[in-house]
Design a protein around this ligand. Structure first.
Ligand code: GLC
Length: 654
């Protein structure tokens, strides 16, 4: 510990007794004791990161006290029902790691039009075994273009087209009564330019001084742009936007990592951190249990870097996590960090020394490797890349997914590609060609997103069913290809339901919904082809879900089975590692899991459209593995398991 940090601790000790007296006063003996105990537990996780970020310029004991008092006010305002949830979760810390957890992700409007209609669809979610519902951005966005709701102008209001904050609270309550948790996005990195903070900053309101970042000329922006890759190179190149009204009306280049109307917050100013903390806690008190922390890697800016994953970003997340836990211990953070594998694991707190940070994180690497394997019909790159990832801390879990609302960016590192003797750039280009359907034998019907003419990079849009070949085979009326497409989709979900962590089902995949082109008719959406894989719910198709003769019935039935079987396999709970296996056939992705209280689980997935053979001898030391669920009848000859094209097996010790 540095001398400076030691001084902060001493200064804190002088403040603590008065603060604790206020805590007991505000919360009473029982709640106050709980809060005080949590404070003691997390204090190091507040003081040290705050000191690391702001120690040079700010009185840290004072900042820490201000932050804790915000948490105290929120704890005082926390509804009784949520306090009970806090009690349950403090006893059952691992609740989000249990195999019963299964998520569903949808846009409210596209799923059920209005929040008020959502409770009547909970039975549908229950059929899929959902325990966690992520409603895509629903806070009040700016008018006009809003990046799918990621340009928020008021964190305390719901988009008026979807309903009211009261409706959202009702949804949270209805879900909770069915043992389901509500997840929403917190857009941390930026606000809409129309947000009250941004407007206050523009007009020189001292309360919002330094809330955003602007430069009078191009000197510093050019220096940053030289090393920061653009997120939307085709329509929003660079990370800055000229704003006439900035800098007291003389004009300036405002930091806008994403679209020009999304202004990056300046986390170098501790008031920004406190303001965001206030918004998160307010939402936690409305009944949100899981916060998807949007675009976290971008929070801290540093010249000469790619502007991602800076140490201060991690410190900020640690401090926020500690403060939110203090006031609302039932809450967990999910990191949206779509970065290289070595940069991803630290968002779960896996640094040289463990520090609680986010509790969940998207397993972007698994998602990318699955699609890459289907295209190459070979799982060796996946085995290699996933196998070399660092383990995650035991108190955390992955969120596994096949498809999200965003494009798929090919996070295949040059190092991993080279281990296969491939050139990283060429492989990524192959994947773009393949999934946009431009490659010879491709089954996919995706589209390129954000082609960058300077670098040749691009990403992919398209629904799971379109990328798996279902759309193409239906259009061509090819029954055999349709069969393969369905097997591909089920195969992908068989992996993410059994890889460990919380699997997410993206709305529409359970019915194999194809690309939706209606976005082209809406001028606010037309330029962003990510809307093709954000379809409108097709309730007529959902009506066929119980008929196994239909496409919808087959896919829905499989997703139900995967979920139901998963629920009872203890080895699939989070908090333990997934180990990749070599079963003697590169077409097969194979992995093992074991929880201290369970036997071994082995998953097998043949990513190729030809048969594979698994040498069961290679699993010999792993215990008495029994079939649990598989795509086809079990066929073993002479110790070799035949795994048909695009087939899977889950095996587990009883
Ligand atoms: C996240 C979202 C993406 C959005 C961006 C900016 O990456 O997933 O949809 O464009 O953040 O908020």
């Amino acid at each position: 510990m540095s001398e400076r940090t030691r001084r902060v601790w001493t200064a804190w000790q002088e403040r603590q007794p008065r603060l604790i007296a206020d805590v007991l006063d505000a919360l009473g003996r029982s709640e106050g004791t709980a809060f005080g105990t949590r404070l003691n537990v997390c204090l190091a996780d507040l003081i040290e990161p705050l000191d690391a970020v702001y120690g040079g310029s700010t009185d840290i004991a004072d900042l820490c006290e201000r932050a804790v008092r915000i948490a105290l006010a929120a704890a005082g305002a926390r509804p009784e029902e949520l306090r009970l949830l806090d009690r349950r979760r403090e006893v059952d810390r691992d609740w989000f790691q249990r195999p019963r957890m299964r998520g569903y992700v949808c846009y409210t409007e596209r799923f059920c039009e209005k929040l008020a209609n959502l409770p009547e669809h909970i039975d549908y979610l229950a059929e899929l075994g959902v325990t966690y519902l992520h409603l895509m951005p629903l806070l009040q966005p700016r008018p006009g273009e809003n990046d799918g709701g990621y340009a928020v102008m008021d964190y305390r209001a719901v988009d008026s087209r979807l309903g009211t904050m009261h409706d959202l609270e009702e949804v949270a309550t209805a879900l909770r009564s069915r043992d389901m948790s509500l997840c929403i996005d917190v857009v941390l990195n930026h606000t809409a330019r129309e947000h009250r903070w941004a407007q206050g900053w523009l007009t020189g309101d001292p309360a919002y001084a330094d809330f955003y970042i602007a430069f009078p000329d191009r000197t510093i922006p050019d220096a940053f742009d030289a090393t920061i890759p653009p997120v939307f190179p085709d329509r929003a190149p660079g990370s800055f936007t000229w704003v006439d009204a900035a800098l007291g009306g003389t004009g300036g280049w405002v930091w806008t990592t994403f679209w020009p109307y999304q202004w990056d917050l300046n986390y170098a100013n501790p008031d920004v951190l406190l303001a965001m903390l206030g918004e998160i806690l307010w939402l936690a008190n409305r009944g949100v249990e899981i916060f998807r922390m949007d675009a976290v890697p971008f929070l801290w800016k540093r010249l000469g870097t790619n502007g991602l994953n800076q140490p201060e970003t991690h410190s900020l997340m640690q401090a926020l996590n500690g403060l939110v836990r203090l006031a609302a211990p039932a809450t967990v953070f999910k990191a949206e960090a779509i970065v290289a594998p070595e940069d991803l694991v630290p968002y779960l707190g896996a640094h040289d020394r463990y520090r609680p940070e986010c509790d969940l994180a998207y397993h972007n690497q698994l998602m990318v490797m699955l699609w890459s394997s289907l295209a190459t019909k070979d799982a060796e790159l996946a085995r290699h890349a996933l196998g070399r990832m660092d383990p995650i801390p035991p108190g955390t879990s992955w969120v596994t997914y096949v498809r999200g609302h965003d494009d798929i960016g090919w996070a295949v590192t040059d190092t991993d590609a080279a281990s296969m003797g491939w050139n990283g750039f060429s492989h990524r280009r192959f994947l773009n060609d393949f999934y946009s359907g431009r490659y010879g034998d491709s089954f996919a019907r995706g589209a390129l997103f954000q082609q960058n003419p300077l670098t040749g990079d691009a990403r992919i849009s398209g629904t799971t069913a379109a990328l798996c070949g279902i759309e193409d085979s239906l259009d061509r009326g090819d029954a055999a290809a349709l069969e393969q497409g369905v097997r591909r989709l089920v195969l992908l979900y068989s992996v993410i339901y059994a890889f460990g962590g919380v699997p997410l089902l993206y709305m529409g995949d359970e019915l194999a919904l194809r690309n939706d082109r209606t976005y082209l008719d809406d001028p606010a959406l037309a330029a962003d082809n990510r809307w093709m894989h954000r379809p409108w719910m097709d309730w007529a198709a959902a009506g066929r879900r119980h008929d196994p003769e239909t496409l919808e019935g087959r896919v829905f039935g499989w997703l139900q089975r995967l979920g139901a079987v998963r629920r009872d396999v203890l080895a699939l709970r989070g908090g333990t590692d997934t180990v990749l296996l070599d079963v003697g056939d590169n077409k097969v992705l194979a992995w093992r899991r074991r929880h201290p209280r369970s036997g071994t689980f082995v998953g097998l997935a043949n990513v190729a459209d030809t048969d594979a053979v698994v040498d069961l001898g290679r699993l010999a030391g792993l215990g008495d593995l029994q079939p649990v669920l598989g795509s086809d009848p079990m066929e073993v000859t002479d110790g070799r398991l035949r795994l048909p094209a695009l087939g899977f097996w889950w095996l587990a010790e009883p």
